[in-house]
Design a protein around this ligand. Structure first.
Ligand SMILES: *Cc1c(COP(=O)(O)O)cnc(C)c1O
Length: 443
């Protein structure tokens, strides 16, 4: 690997060159585009980001769960490069090409369920979710879409309506798309009782509310993240997803799993639904799909996907040939290097280390997640009161020591970890050492 797999700090973080670039950013880039850590990256690979000042940072974010195969992964680069030299764009709707078809075939095979499937490709997660909604409405001839508390589905007008959180995603950007209904989410840490009781209570609350407020016969789709991402890595109790999927089937409602963040080996399976044996009607994917190139997909039951009139789906760039080539390289890497297995190993390491930290620092209310999608919820000791300020402090302390961490959660009190699945175990441990120190310093 050409990028040395080692943390190294040669300036303070951010360094002088990054600061200079950040001054240009403030003058040139809309203030609406927030930057979490203004360290400007020059090169990256494996588990390391190299900045313009020569600092080497440990990557526990993967550009928000995107570079699961590592940055500039060899097979991604090789295939994308070859494709760049062949041609860069024709528009699949004008004159098609094989790479798009190959990605569709691969997704039809990899996604849960052995039924006949079809795929359509897009550019971003939000666009995939929008199109899943279009497809479900077209197939069912119904309008209503049911979503959940703490959900995140994107930032376009329709997906803002589907997303739960006001700040920063929705504030001032309305009015939002109609016929979207939000229902309670089974959130074990903030719902009392054991897993079975929570599933039962949450399911009853959910079905009663849909019945009373919407009417099952008006619902086109229920849209859910199998593990909620931006909402704080909320893992629902076992049985919750399956109960909803079964209920959808009973009522002729399309069950859409938004696996934009959880997909492509991130949680230790190809897709997070598999851990519960749930087979969605439609599945949306993006982030981890193409090693960093913009690509997204809706994959699902042939009869639903084919219900849309010809020409009803598409877009100028959807399924760009370079992005498709990158996706084939990324998926090949996941298979060859058993990245699902790596994700499960990463969970083991995180759990062990985070449990030790939780005993030492009383502020960790819960450790949760699956595979290489792990998080801690930070609270006032002895309570479940969210502590967003402390979360920010710990996050900033990690950044100063050259470890890229992210925050999340409806209450801003979740630290989340999304390392590249190819990261070395020594780097993981070093990142966790820094986190441990960051807790000690910040308390
Ligand atoms: C990130 C995300 C999206 C939006 O994807 P973009 O590519 O940013 O548009 C949608 N759903 C989930 C679950 C996500 O994590």
């Amino acid at each position: 690997m050409s990028v040395p797999q080692e943390r190294k700090l040669v300036t303070q973080i951010p360094g002088p060159k990054s600061e200079e670039l950040h001054t240009r950013t403030k003058a040139a880039v809309s203030a609406g585009v927030g930057v979490g850590l203004p360290v400007y990256i020059e090169r990256a690979g494996g588990g390391i980001l190299v900045d313009v000042d020569g600092n080497q940072l440990i990557d526990l974010g993967s550009g928000i769960a995107v570079t699961s195969v590592g940055n500039a992964a060899p097979k991604v680069v090789e295939r994308a490069q070859a494709q760049l030299e062949d041609f860069t764009h024709t528009c699949f709707m004008v004159t098609p090409y094989e790479e798009y078809v190959a990605v569709a075939e691969t997704l039809n095979e990899l996604t849960p369920g052995t039924h006949e499937k079809r795929t359509a490709l897009f550019n971003s997660g939000a666009e995939a979710v929008e199109n899943a909604v279009k497809i479900a409405r077209s197939a069912t001839k119904r309008d209503a879409i049911v979503v959940f508390d703490h959900a995140y589905h994107g930032r376009t007008n329709l997906t803002m309506a589907l997303t739960a959180k006001n700040m920063p995603y929705k504030k001032g950007f309305g009015p939002f798309a109609g016929e979207v209904y939000r229902m309670p989410m089974a959130y074990p840490y903030r719902w009392s009782g054991d897993a079975e009781t929570i599933t039962e209570d949450a399911f009853t609350a959910f079905t009663n509310a849909v019945h009373a407020q919407v009417g099952e016969e008006h619902v086109a789709a229920v849209l859910i993240e199998p593990i909620q991402g931006e909402g704080g890595f909320i893992v629902p109790p076992k049985g919750w997803l399956g109960r909803i999927a079964d209920w959808c089937r009973e009522h002729g409602i399309v069950f859409i799993a938004d696996e934009v963040q959880t997909g492509f080996c991130r949680t230790g399976d190809w897709f997070a639904c598999e851990a519960e044996g749930v087979v969605p009607d439609l599945i949306t994917t993006a982030k981890g799909i193409a090693g960093g190139l913009p690509l997204a997909a809706v994959t699902g039951r042939a009869e639903i996907m084919d219900a849309v009139h010809a020409g009803g789906l598409g877009g100028t760039y959807g399924g760009n040939p370079v992005a498709c080539a990158a996706a084939l390289g990324s998926i090949e890497t996941m298979k060859d290097e058993d990245l699902a297995g790596k994700a499960r190993r990463i969970e083991q390491i995180f759990r062990e280390r985070l449990e030790a930290m939780a005993e030492k620092h009383g502020v960790i209310g819960e450790i949760r997640g699956r595979g290489a999608m792990m998080a801690v919820e930070i609270v006032t000791p002895g309570t479940t009161q969210p502590d967003a300020d402390l979360t920010k402090k710990v996050n900033a302390a990690c950044h100063r020591q050259g470890v890229v961490t992210l925050t999340a959660g409806t209450y801003g009190n979740v630290l989340r970890f999304l390392p590249p699945l190819v990261i070395g175990e020594d780097l993981l441990h070093e990142g966790l050492d820094v986190l441990d120190t960051a807790f000690a310093e910040s308390l």
